[in-house]
Design a binder for this molecule. Structure first.
Ligand code: ARG
Ligand code: GLU
Length: 690
């Protein structure tokens, strides 16, 4: 009898679809998910993932800089992140003579490790639900402004009480679920972080922007740093006397490899998602914002590419800038397409119809209508603002002029800014982008939004081309010596410089015409979305809600799995060195591998060397560099991307298409050893049995 029951139960379980691996969960509340994680194969406990009483995995994960994740892999502060996260720093150390971007960089001893002023890594010390403390003194009879000042005062007090600059401890309070919950985050911030190693870009950026956001993928997207501390193991400013930091915890490395179906766990800092917004906002993103921004960036990319192909020095100067323009450009294309394919606008509208029924007679009656009305008032202005960002604010000399003037006004030195600007500035690109962007601005921003001075200027000078000449012939900001000679006494004179004047005029327009609408509707939205979030949680009592990403530490778990991008095709989840050789082509910049890699392959035996793998973890920008951990808690990969068909997961997760892409840790070991000849780094790593 019992047997038959189990038999039927087994059948039912087998036909129930596996629950989607959607979600970015809070580590401190992981005990609520650990049962599900264990059912899917995870062997560790909640305390192993996050604990304030003992060393746990969270102590081996860092926020790298201000937008990536990294992980510690040795007792001596050795840190792994992506090549594209270290890119800006590798580039800063590069010149035509020492082209570390092109050739790679390997410090042969600690003395050769390169300091990176300004780079920090932040370890999460602890996180606490402080909702009650943040709302202390608030009562529902208060106005929104009163609530706000209570929240602000309590938050700053909590942050101040929990920070300790002498120990490198910073603290801040973050709103989760649109301010229905507040968490305190305390970080230990290290300020001496040095570059240890990076593969040549032909490995670390293999496939370049051609393969970016795509599978099959073969990018060796890693770079290696080391965290340094004072002699007391506490954070310290850079000093040659600092010593490698001994972390509370570091990851052991697994060489056991991955198979389809294996449990995967990504521990990192996803930046931003909007899973709970109403249909109107999804419509705005997929039908207006994404398509317009994509079109503008296509023009900028084409212009940059043209000059980069003509000149090696320009290629180095614009490589980092070009990569960052191209990155969001491609992601938006997947997002727009994914939202349309999933009919997310219609699905959300149907959801809202059911919600409205349910909300009748409750405090949420009319809420969806209220949200719709705010978006209708906000979005045209917001679109003009996005247009301004993607046009006027992408003209380098205009931005530079404003940055220099700000420094002069505050009496701060300008030298670092001037040096870094001119190191990577190529005027013909800027001039051509000026013409393209301002032409689009003129053609596509509705007349009712366009600033008066711009219309007048255009009719006076006849064309965007002549406006460009006016700016570039008249400005001093393209002349390094003249900018260096500026002092605060020149401020009045400089305010008439055409590049600065252009910045100032558009900024005034933004401040007077756009910003007030954006601010006011933003305030209304903040409150309405807080209500809508709470209402959705009441409406769907049985759903497991996770807070939208906000660069705080999260757990995403899933499993290794391929996908079918279109009819009749299936993408297997593991790529190998064989695929690199298949793509290899000395005539195509993105696919031109180092000769040494060809030679190693020709010797044979490396065909099956794994390179990257796909999994179902819910990740987003900021998760780059995140450790990918197996069921035993050991490091199997480094997350670096998603497939473009799944980038709508920032708004809606589709288990069929949403895949994160990770570097297989065994490829990192292969490159360190065979390409970098830096296997001495293995001495400080710990290799696990599983
Ligand atoms: N798409 C990845 C991310 O969003 C990688 C970006 C860097 N790589 C590149 N080829 N641009 O950041
Ligand atoms: N490459 C992204 C990053 O820099 C991760 C890709 C994604 O958006 O998932 O964080």
């Amino acid at each position: 009898m019992k047997r038959t029951v189990f038999f039927f139960l087994g059948l039912i379980l087998a036909v129930l679809p596996a629950k989607a691996d959607e979600g970015m969960w809070l580590p401190s509340l992981i005990s609520q998910r650990i049962g599900d994680m264990q059912a899917k194969g995870f062997k560790l406990s909640a305390e192993d993932v996050y604990s304030v009483n003992q060393a746990s995995l969270k102590d081996a994960v860092v926020l790298f800089g201000s937008g990536c994740t990294g992980e510690l892999v040795s007792d001596e502060g050795l840190l792994l992140t992506n090549h594209h996260c270290g890119y800006g720093y590798i580039q800063k150390h590069s010149s035509v003579e020492h082209d570390y971007l092109k050739d790679g960089f390997w410090a042969l001893n600690r003395g050769e490790e390169l300091p990176n002023p300004g780079l920090t890594v932040s370890f999460l010390d602890r996180m606490d639900d402080v909702t009650a403390l943040v709302l202390k003194g608030y009562d529902p009879s208060m106005t929104e402004a009163q609530r706000d000042s209570v929240v602000r005062a309590n938050s700053s007090r909590l942050a101040a009480e929990n920070a300790d600059p002498s120990k490198g401890l910073t603290a801040n309070v973050e709103a989760l679920f649109y301010g229905n919950q507040y968490f305190l985050f305390v970080f230990r911030v290290f300020r001496d972080v040095r570059l240890v190693g990076a593969p040549p870009s032909s490995i670390g950026k293999f496939g370049g922007d051609t393969d970016n956001w795509m599978w099959p993928r073969h990018t060796g997207d890693f770079s290696i740093f080391r965290v340094y501390a004072g002699k007391d193991n506490e954070p310290a400013d850079y000093s040659p006397d600092n010593v490698p930091y001994h972390p509370k915890k570091f990851f052991k490395i697994s060489r056991a490899g991955v198979q389809e179906g294996d449990f995967t766990f990504v521990y990192g800092c996803p930046g931003s998602t909007q899973e709970y917004v109403m249909s109107e906002q999804v419509k705005y993103v997929s039908e207006l914002s994404d398509p317009q921004k994509i079109a503008l960036r296509t023009q900028r990319l084409d212009i940059q590419k043209k000059y980069m192909l003509q000149d090696q020095a320009v290629r180095i100067q614009y490589s980092s800038k070009n990569a960052s323009v191209s990155n969001a450009w491609k992601k938006w294309q997947g997002e727009e397409k994914g939202i349309k394919k999933m009919h997310t606008v219609a699905t959300k509208q149907a959801y809202e119809a059911r919600f409205k029924e349910w909300a009748k007679g409750t405090e949420y009656d009319g809420l969806v209508e209220r949200l719709g009305d705010i978006y209708a008032r906000r979005n045209p202005t917001y679109l003009a603002y996005e247009y301004y960002n993607e046009t006027v604010r992408t003209i380098e000399v205009v931005q530079f002029a404003s940055a220099i003037v700000a420094r002069l006004r505050s009496g701060n030195p300008t030298k670092d800014l001037i040096d870094s600007f001119f190191k990577d500035y190529y005027q013909p690109i800027d001039e051509e982008i000026f013409v393209a962007m301002m032409t689009s601005f003129d053609e596509n921003v509705p007349d009712s939004f366009k600033p008066e001075f711009f219309k007048e200027l255009l009719s006076e000078y006849g064309s965007v081309e002549s406006c460009k000449d006016l700016v570039f012939r008249g400005t001093i900001f393209t002349d390094k010596e003249k900018v260096e000679a500026l002092t605060p006494d020149d401020l009045e004179e400089v305010s008439k410089d055409p590049a600065y004047a252009m910045y100032a005029a558009f900024y005034d327009w933004y401040s007077n015409d756009l910003a007030p609408v954006i601010r006011e509707t933003g305030e209304e939205l903040r409150v309405a979305n807080r209500d809508y979030m709470r209402a959705q949680m009441e409406f769907e009592k049985d759903r497991d809600f996770y807070p939208d990403a906000n660069l705080t530490l999260r757990v995403a778990y899933g499993h290794v799995e391929g996908y079918s991008p279109y009819d009749a095709a299936y993408y297997h989840p593991v790529s190998t060195l064989k695929g690199i050789i298949e793509k290899d082509n000395p005539d195509i910049f993105d696919y031109n591998i180092p000769q040494v890699l060809r030679d190693i392959y020709a010797q044979g035996g490396h065909e099956d060397q794994p390179v990257c793998f796909l999994a179902t973890n819910h990740t987003t920008g900021g998760n780059s560099g995140s450790p990918v951990i197996n069921a035993d808690g050991n490091l199997i990969g480094i997350n670096f991307d998603r497939v473009w068909e799944g980038t709508m997961s920032d708004i809606v997760f589709d288990p069929e298409f949403c895949r994160n892409i990770s570097l297989d840790i065994r490829y990192l070991l292969f490159v360190i050893d065979e390409i970098g000849h830096a296997s001495y780094l293995f001495d400080e790593m710990v290799f696990a049995d599983r």
